[in-house]
Design a protein around this ligand. Structure first.
Ligand code: ADP
Ligand code: MG
Length: 351
């Protein structure tokens, strides 16, 4: 059949090559269906992920590595972090583009909120110690002293060099770093052709595309009075982030008062705006994280006004009397599942 051995050899090799190609094709097709889930304790919270696609496992690993890398840069407590170095240096410290980006975005929101959101909140956070063994109600004098150190205008940024102009000032990026990390997970997933994924960084939820079965993601809003996992509303979402700030995340109770971890620099006390939680729905988790903390401090009326000026950003408020208020773009899109909660329709009046 074959004129010479050489042609025969080429024929056999081609058949082998075809078989290999076919096998590779099959395994790729099979791989496309893989859904990988994983969780890891990072950035002081439980990070949960679910990724569907050909590169699911790779994306899971790359994402956890990247979050850990960001934690190592921006943690306030890890001695090797850039934030720790800035907080403990008497001269400018050169830092990475990642930390600069997060710091610049923080200063942007500090300016927009007239300093109610402030990345130099560190001394007040440390004084209250909420979430640590040293949590306590400080004295008026202590609060007044720590308050003097909180002022984002004293953060000097020159290219990648950062200097805190006032002695004992301290940066704390706890209100925004997880949002940046969530957007980084999104970037990694998209670079690896993932069309469906879910990530939850302790209240910073981000979804990519639809669920693997083609339906929309159903994101639960935490019931602020109950343990994690108990929800009071559901929002259907595709390619969105939902970030919640609440007074239940880290707090302690004394003499019937709840002291939580979102501090109002204007008073030096935990923000007392009549809210139990604020959820921001948008495309960027980075912005949404800064916004949820900002709006929690601003309260219902001012917060609603503030959100109206932000593009493609929606908000859900839960007040202390269990009323739920929505920004106009969310109307009709939220399913309230908690019986004791009352959805308030219509525009806010009185401002
Ligand atoms: P969580 O980190 O629980 O998801 P937030 O995003 O609202 O909640 O961030 C709260 C954290 O932000 C606090 O633990 C603290 O580190 C920091 N923080 C507290 N008050 C402020 C503030 N006024 N401005 C900026 N950051 C703050
Ligand atoms: Mg936040």
């Amino acid at each position: 059949m074959f004129k010479n051995k050489k042609i025969y050899k080429i024929f056999i090799m081609s058949i082998f090559a075809l078989i290999l190609l076919f096998a590779a094709g099959c395994s790729n097709a099979a791989k496309e269906q893989t859904t990988e889930t994983g969780s890891k304790f990072l950035m002081d919270t439980l990070v949960q992920m679910k990724v569907t696609g050909k590169n699911a496992e790779k994306v899971l690993n790359l994402s956890f590595d990247r979050i850990e890398e960001l934690e190592n840069l921006m943690s306030k407590t890890l001695k090797k972090s850039e934030i720790y170095k800035i907080n403990h240096s008497s001269e400018p410290v050169e830092i990475s583009d990642d930390t600069i980006k997060v710091l610049n975005k923080s200063i942007h929101y500090a300016e927009l909120t007239s300093g109610r959101f402030d990345p130099s909140i560190g001394p007040l956070v440390e004084l209250w110690g909420i979430g640590t063994e040293d949590a306590r109600v400080p004295t008026e004098e202590e609060i007044a002293e720590a308050k003097k150190l909180v002022n984002y205008k004293n953060i000097e940024i020159d290219n990648n060099k950062v200097f805190l102009k006032q002695k004992d000032m301290q940066l704390d990026l706890g209100a925004i770093a997880k949002g940046y990390a969530a957007d980084e997970v999104k970037r990694i997933a998209e670079e690896n052709n993932i069309k469906s994924a879910f990530v939850n960084l302790g209240g910073n939820v981000l979804v990519i595309g639809h669920k693997a079965d083609g339906s929309k993601w159903r994101i639960g809003i935490q019931d602020p009075r109950k343990n994690r996992g108990n929800i009071m509303a559901v929002i259907k979402a595709v390619d969105k982030t939902i970030v919640t700030s609440g007074n239940y995340e880290r707090y302690f109770e004394k003499n019937g008062n709840i002291y939580h971890h979102i501090i109002d620099p204007a008073t030096g006390y935990p923000a007392d705006s009549g809210l139990l939680s604020v959820s921001i729905i948008s495309e960027s988790s980075f912005d949404a994280d800064a916004l949820s903390t900002s709006v929690f401090i601003l309260g219902l009326e001012k917060g609603m006004e503030f959100i109206k000026d932000q593009k493609n950003v929606e908000v859900l408020f839960i007040t202390e009397d269990l009323k739920v208020y929505l920004s106009p773009g969310l109307k009709g899109k939220v399913e309230i599942t908690g019986e004791e909660f009352e959805l308030i329709e219509g525009e806010l009046s009185g401002n």
